[in-house]
Design a protein around this ligand. Structure first.
Ligand SMILES: [Zn+2]
Length: 62
């Protein structure tokens, strides 16, 4: 006998309990809004790090 247990995760963006299964197309996020918020923050952070790396390269350490 198999009991199908609902898998619930915390939304990485807002912390809300969110079903993690095929019915949730935004998983592991709770909504499209949280998914795009998180991707936006990730992209902004990545861009900032890239800019810092570029500046450091311009200084020419050797
Ligand atoms: Zn959320």
């Amino acid at each position: 006998m198999t009991i199908k247990k609902a898998v619930v995760v915390d939304c990485p963006a807002c912390g809300r309990k969110t079903p993690f299964d095929s019915s949730n197309r935004w998983r592991p996020f709770c909504s499209q809004r949280c998914k795009s918020l998180d991707l936006g923050a990730w992209a902004a952070e990545r861009y900032r790090i890239a800019e810092e790396a570029k500046e450091e390269q311009l200084e020419g350490k050797d």
